[in-house]
Design a binder for this molecule. Structure first.
Ligand code: PAF
Length: 282
């Protein structure tokens, strides 16, 4: 595995790889890798000649009061995991390498990014689309893998790719859970044993919501979200949102909706967790 620290090294490598006709698969991450990330890497490995993983804790997607400084980092462990999963290139720049100190240009998606995490974390998606756009320019991937735990992020990036004509296929990959059902996240390490147990209420509430949604349809969404909020709150969670939105528009579902994203963001202690169910409706 080759380690690049600079944009110039990555861009040169990508241009040479493209010239030789090889397929490049990209997996953007913020590191502190877990089995969810590695499933993206394995998907990329199965399809690409060359797999590039990026490891960059992107400051522009964190708000001023968020957890940028304490975001978990373990470079040596991440590097080892990438080697074990046969990654070809690990790109791990620092902030000064990634952004000029007077950087003033953004990529911003203004529709799908509005609700859910976009409403709670106003800087978040602008930071994500900007850094992902930069990584696409540098790595020139044929495809890029994103996990559906951050389903809204996937949809926002798909829209960015469509609107700005990036020549890259977005490959959404299934959400990966621990054996007990908790969605894997680098932030799970902040949870105490007790908080972790209580946090299982998120998945349980969403699964119950899925069942009701499949039985009763989108008109039951208010009831579904209320019930989910009550049960998560009873387990000690501070609910940021539980909402059901049309997957295609990220707006309130209508009779035309085919797929509903039932999504939640909840604090346990100071840790904000997200989870979702994508539900087909008739
Ligand atoms: O999902 C993440 O880890 C980040 O939002 C991403 C896509 C790597 C951009 O920093």
């Amino acid at each position: 595995m080759i380690l690049f620290r600079t944009k110039a090294e990555l861009a040169r490598f990508a241009a040479e790889t493209k010239r030789s006709g090889k397929v490049i698969g990209l997996v953007p991450t913020m590191g502190y890798l877990h089995a969810g990330h590695m499933s993206l890497v394995d998907t990329a490995r199965a399809r690409a000649d060359v797999v590039i993983v990026t490891l960059f804790v992107n400051p522009t997607q964190f708000g001023p009061t968020e957890d940028l400084d304490r975001y978990p980092r373990d470079f040596e462990r991440d590097k080892k995991m990438c080697e074990e999963h046969k990654v070809d290139v690990l790109f791990a720049p620092d902030t000064h390498e990634m952004y000029a100190s007077d950087s003033s240009t953004w990529i911003e998606e203004l529709d799908l990014a509005k609700p859910l995490c976009g409403a709670s974390r106003p800087a978040f998606y602008r930071g994500v689309t900007t850094v992902v756009g930069k990584l696409f320019h540098l790595a020139q991937p044929d495809f890029a893998c994103f996990g559906l735990k951050d389903a809204q992020q996937c949809f926002v990036i798909e829209r960015m790719v469509r609107d700005l004509d990036f020549q890259v296929e977005i490959v959404p990959c299934p959400l990966v859970r621990d054996e007990d059902g908790l969605a894997l996240s680098s932030r799970n390490r902040y949870l105490s044993a007790d908080e972790r147990k209580r946090a299982l209420s998120i998945h349980q509430a969403l699964v119950a919501g899925r069942k009701t949604l499949e039985e009763k349809g989108f008109s039951a969404l208010d009831e579904i979200c209320r019930t989910a909020i009550n049960s998560i709150t009873a387990a000690g969670g501070r609910v940021d949102y539980v909402e059901g939105l049309d997957r295609a528009t990220m707006k309130a579902p209508t009779a035309e909706s085919r797929e509903i994203l039932l999504a939640a963001a909840v604090f346990f202690g100071t840790t904000r967790l997200i989870d979702n169910e994508l539900v087909q409706v008739k």
